[in-house]
Design a protein around this ligand. Structure first.
Ligand code: HEM
Length: 404
């Protein structure tokens, strides 16, 4: 079987992307010469096995291809193997623990409700407005700020600087020209210094009391705001898009809110925000007759694994968003949107609470796509690892409770 060309930085139409993924799965170990060269694992079972085998598929040499230019240090946890990984992973697990997340659920709900109400008001005249700017972008970053113990008056700045940092990561060539006066690093460094001088009862203080190098503390905070912001923003956007495409889905979730967690999970399977991360082989591996050498890069293509018909056989196939998939397959949630193994997303519980709450509040409205005849373009961002759309114009109208 000839393997197709694949470059994760390339913008492809939806149909073309998923066709390419199907060709990669048929291959099934493909080689790309893009970004310095890497192998591609695209079948569900292959991606899962590699993600679970960190000793062979190491994260310590970075998970992005190519690695960000001029970068001095690896991202803690995400780009480490044990034993270093374990130290930071434990700290993330503390920050993102169920009790800490449950304690801020009310804040997340109040924020989501206020953002949605403002969007409904902005679109009351019939002009669409952007769901991302109004709702999907602010809700996750504000949840993280509360969790970390940052003062509410720096939240807007934190959000702006995170967006600027992501833009810089997306377009590293502009870095010198676009370097702002204050960066995300400066803001986070100031928080660390402040908690060192004025300890408080918050997570940022707990962080500075750990026996960690300053660069590790900074990387921890950068990781939290970046990993926790953009991923959830994309997930919320994809959900809203799906609901806009399918008014019957909206009515069903309104009538049967217990299906909301299922709706969120199916959206994460169908359109995982993180499409791929890369590993580096620590030894030679033979896979489906192909020999990959120690030191080679291997891409785990989560986006393809989640559409593998071997994993989700039957009707409708995995290219369909199907709320009833879980009813017939108890294990349908075993998608790879959060990865697997020791690096499986440590923020998954927070993401789920945010997304459940958001949809619970969203079903109080009728959501219409602003340009139903225009298909959004899903573009790779963050070094081709994420797949997102730039804006989602919608119109929100409060529903009449008698209507459904
Ligand atoms: C729907 C939203 C989210 C998705 C789809 C997602 C996806 C992922 C994936 C695929 C990984 C695995 C990386 C790997 O295998 O190399 C990961 C790891 C991680 N995620 Fe998430 N994530 C989400 C939300 C969050 C949130 C809200 C946080 C909060 C800070 C977060 C923090 C992290 C961290 C720190 C890691 C690294 C864990 C480790 O290496 O041990 N994520 N995420």
């Amino acid at each position: 079987m000839d393997c197709p060309h694949f470059d994760h930085h390339q913008t492809l139409g939806d149909a073309e992307r998923y066709e390419r993924y199907a060709e990669l799965r048929a291959c099934p170990v493909a080689r790309s010469e893009a970004s310095g060269g890497f192998w591609i694992l695209s079948r569900h079972d292959d991606v899962l096995a590699a993600a679970e085998d960190w000793r062979t598929y190491s994260s310590a040499d970075g998970v992005l291809a190519p690695p960000p230019a001029g970068r001095r240090a690896r991202q803690v946890a995400l780009e480490q193997d044990p034993p270093e990984h374990t130290v930071y992973r434990k700290l993330y697990a503390e920050l993102l623990s169920r009790p800490r997340v449950r304690a801020i659920e009310g804040d997340i709900r109040a924020n989501a409700a206020a953002r949605l109400a403002a969007l409904a008001e902005a679109t009351a005249g019939g002009e669409p407005a952007d769901f991302i700017a109004h709702v999907a972008a602010p809700v996750p970053i504000e949840a993280l700020a509360i969790l970390l113990g940052f003062d509410p008056d720096i939240t807007a700045q934190l959000r702006d600087l995170t967006v600027a940092e992501l833009a810089r990561i997306h377009r590293p060539a502009d870095e010198a020209a676009a370097r702002p006066e204050l960066t995300l690093m400066d803001l986070l460094r100031a928080q660390i210094d402040d908690r060192r001088d004025h300890p408080r009862d918050d997570f940022a203080t707990l962080l500075v009391q750990q026996d960690l190098p300053p660069i590790g503390m900074l990387s921890f905070l950068v990781g939290a705001v970046i990993a926790g912001h953009e991923t959830t923003l994309i997930a919320a956007t994809n959900l809203a898009y799906q609901m806009g495409l399918d008014p019957a889905l909206q009515s069903r979730l309104r009538a049967e809110p217990h299906l909301i967690p299922r709706a969120v999970d199916e959206s994460l399977r169908h359109r995982p925000p993180v499409q791929n991360f890369v590993r580096t082989l620590t030894r030679d591996v033979e896979h489906h007759g192909v020999t990959m050498r120690a030191g080679d890069k291997v891409m785990l293509l989560f986006g393809s694994a989640n559409r593998d018909p071997e994993r989700w056989p039957g009707d409708p196939g995995p290219s369909h968003y199907d709320l009833d998939r879980h009813a017939s397959d108890r294990d349908a949630g075993r998608h790879l949107a959060y990865g697997a193994g020791i690096h499986r997303c440590v923020g998954a519980f927070l993401a789920e609470v945010e997304l459940h709450v958001l949809v619970e509040e969203l079903v109080a409205y009728d959501l219409r796509l602003g340009h139903p005849d225009r298909e959004p373009v899903f573009t790779p961002t963050t070094f081709g690892a994420f797949l997102t759309i730039d804006e989602l114009p919608v119109i929100l109208t409060p529903t009449d409770p008698e209507q459904d």
